[in-house]
Design a protein around this ligand. Sequence first.
Ligand code: UT7
Length: 334
Amino acid sequence: MDFYKSKILGTGIYAPKKILTNKELESIVETSDEWIFERTGIRERRICSTEGGEWPTDMALYATRDALVEAKLTPNDIDLILFASVTPDVPLPNSASILQTKLGITNECGCLDISAACSGFVYGLNMANAMIQTGFLKNVLIVASEMLSREVDWKDRSSCILFGDGCGVAILGRNESNDGSQILSSNIHADGTGKEFFYQPYGRAVAPLTTQMIEEGSHYMKMKGKEMFKVATRTLAKNAKDALDKVHVSINDVNWIIPHQANVRIIETACKILGLNNLDNVIINIERWGNTSAATIPLAFHEAVKDGRIKRGDLVLFDTFGAGLTSGATLLRY
Ligand code: UT7
């Protein structure tokens, strides 16, 4: 069997135009800018338009156009679209197929949605890598696009202050030049026993939406913040360590760590468990974005590449967790 290396050929992001600040949230729920910033590290988040033009697949379209330019590829060079989202445009068809049409792809490439909550991008990246390594596919578009503002309960101050909308994409392709870029180590996990720490119990097969649910707001996302916090810190540290140990790399040799951006205190605690003395090499952008679920890691990665912090050849560690309780890590040489 052939064995290829894969490389991130291009990235793109989309930021919805509307910015919702903590100060503005003060008029929606009983909260304060001070509380939110101190407890989470968030100052503002983006919110998609409900008038159209910023649906998850629209954001993905804009972000993918930029990624294709950077990768020097055309839409028909994409062999598979993996679309990670907990807020797809519609239940059917999948968002990947909708995006395929929007991109004008005519090669009938495979289209698959990934439902792995905040871990969706890392799941997708690791799946794409496996398919590229074996020679099955050459170029995979991995999308993480979220419109969480539709699914949060704007009356629940313990959760609505956390989330934001946005999109990040990456094109993972076969490394033809063999220049050292590659995915070195990866893992994906889930622990279904914690499913009630973060869930949305109504609205599908088990309990289809009723007007009563809508009136009561019981169909929105529900989170046990403290339980999630504890699992998150432990899981982030464990998966990062496993990914590093597998290839005998020390955390101190990693140039950049990009953790899922759910709460700056989660990031600080996980990094402490990992033995980091400071956060100098940790990319944190939660202040401007909030938690955009699957999109946090590709958004942070793209920003750090574009502002020159992350350079080709750097060792980069992605580390994620989310509802499910899904989690995973990827160590790559960019
Ligand atoms: O992407 C993965 C999913 N998300 C996560 O993993 C999130 C993980 N959890 C967290 O980030 C934190 O647990 C939260 C930010 C959600 C909550 O922070 P906390 O430090 O655990 O606060 P808490 O729930 O213990 O609440 C402390 C107090 C409570 O008041 P009392 O009972 O002490 O009087 C809350 O009612 O803060 C109150 N509170 C707020 N006050 C002002 C909760 N939310 C707010 C708010 N503004 N928005």
